[in-house]
Design a protein around this ligand. Structure first.
Ligand code: IMP
Length: 427
């Protein structure tokens, strides 16, 4: 299989970084296709923790090409800081390529993200305030600035002048904020352009060339299915398409080229930001899972809301993404918890729903219906073969496979690269 898309099957934070890092070793190229530095990937290599927000986790392998596709919104300062950080740790970054069609996050995007959230009050979305939504808004309204515009001084000056004229009016007249200075911004961003330009390339061409040569390409989705702009729990979503279909749009590759869709599923559910969450655990069990699983945002440090595994959501994710294989992460976090609960349906006004509802107001009224399974006490972190897992852990996995009708091909039993059980090769 040459082209694999890896996506989050829940609300993000499924542990995709670790699985990507593991698969990147087998791949020739890793491609990010959407989002920006709202994402946060934690990778543990030789007990060293790396936190990345923008650059694909494949960067840790010097012989792989790492692509930031056209579907992303890039904050140039964050990108350059991340490159400096990696270089200071001795990581080679010369294998990074950035699409000229990706959009640029400007300071007014960050400001507007925060101001719009404040303006929304009770209706706020709980965004990461990194300017993601406002940058995608400009992309859709066709006034956005792309990386290739940034590299062309005349084009950039013209587009910045137009954008600032509009954004300064919004900042001052609507939000009573100070205006931004054109010359300072121009200077600052032209300096970024100078440092970024060596990485900029026609990435769609490069990815397709790799695929034609039969090389292995891993497409790495950020966030998760339920944060998808079209298919997630709108409006509590991000502004891009994290689902598998987004990989084609966000990297310039046709759907016929994709061979496998790997859905990353955490063995329980978490969510950051606002919005309904049927299996949420607000009492001590939620606290226990949060602390055990280290469920605090990589990007914002916010405590994540935690809950039981929800197979209604997962069935939906299998459908929307066409998931062919599952990577089941953080199984070790559940050690010592018994019984374990799996949500298999929702009770809504006396009716049983087994399909994820389209309407958010219906979802908000849904109560999770659970099946209980015995847990296990054994430490899983040293186990390398599925057969060596405690019977209760194997039963838990088998039940998930039965409910979702998709094989669990990879299992995560601890944070490090080696704490991974492979049942079925992905590449
Ligand atoms: P935005 O992407 O900053 O606009 O935030 C929109 C929603 O997506 C908020 O609920 C965020 O908490 C959520 N979100 C964005 N990125 C991530 C992520 O990487 N993991 C989990 N949630 C995220």
């Amino acid at each position: 299989m040459a082209a694999v898309v890896l996506i989050g099957a829940q609300w993000g934070d499924e542990g995709k970084g670790k699985i990507t890092d593991y698969l990147a070793e087998k791949a020739d190229m890793v491609v990010r296709y959407q989002g920006g530095n709202n994402a946060g990937h934690t990778v543990v290599i030789n007990n060293q923790i790396f936190k990345l927000h923008l650059i694909p986790s494949g960067i840790f392998y010097p012989d792989k090409l790492c692509i930031i596709g056209n579907g992303l919104v890039i904050d140039p300062k964050v990108l350059l800081d991340e490159l400096d950080y990696l270089q200071s740790k001795g990581i080679f970054t010369g294998n990074l390529r950035i699409s000229g069609n990706a959009h640029v996050i400007m300071p007014y995007h960050r400001m507007l993200d925060a101001l719009e959230e404040e303006f929304k009050g009770e209706q706020k979305l709980g965004t990461t305030k990194r300017g993601i939504g406002p940058a995608y808004k400009d992309k859709a309204s066709r006034s956005g600035i792309r990386i290739m515009d940034l590299l062309d001084k005349n084009e950039f000056s013209r587009k910045l002048a137009y954008n600032l004229k509009e954004k300064n009016l919004i900042l001052t007249k609507i939000y009573g904020h100070e205006e931004l200075n054109y010359s300072e911004l121009l200077q600052e961003y032209l300096e970024y352009a100078e440092k970024i330009k060596k990485y900029v390339a026609d990435t769609s061409l490069i990815v397709n060339q790799y695929l034609e040569e039969g090389k292995k390409v891993l497409f790495e989705g950020a966030q998760g299915t339920l944060l998808d702009l079209d298919h997630g729990t709108y409006p509590y979503v991000t502004s891009s398409n994290p689902i598998a279909g987004g990989a084609c749009v966000g990297s310039g590759v046709g759907p016929t080229k994709i061979n496998k869709i790997l859905g990353v599923v955490k063995s329980y559910t978490t969510r950051v930001g606002e919005g309904p969450f049927p299996t949420e655990l607000t009492e001590s069990m939620g606290e226990l899972i949060r602390n055990r699983g280290g469920e605090f945002g990589t990007t914002t440090g916010r405590p994540r809301r935690c809950g039981w595994l929800d197979t209604v959501i997962l069935k939906y994710a299998v459908r929307i993404n066409g998931i062919s294989d599952i990577a089941f992460t953080k199984l070790d976090v559940l050690t010592g918890i018994s019984p374990l609960k799996i949500c298999t349906g929702y009770s809504y006004r006396g009716k049983m729903l087994t399909e994820f509802p389209m309407s958010l107001s219906v979802l908000a009224e849904c109560e999770a219906v659970y099946e209980e399974m015995p847990g296990w006490q054994e430490d899983l972190t040293g186990i390398t073969k599925f057969e060596e897992l405690p019977t209760a852990a194997r039963n838990y996995i088998s039940r998930v496979e039965e409910l979702l009708k998709v094989p669990v091909s990879i299992l995560g039993v601890g944070p490090g690269r080696t704490k991974t059980i492979i049942r079925q090769k992905i590449f």
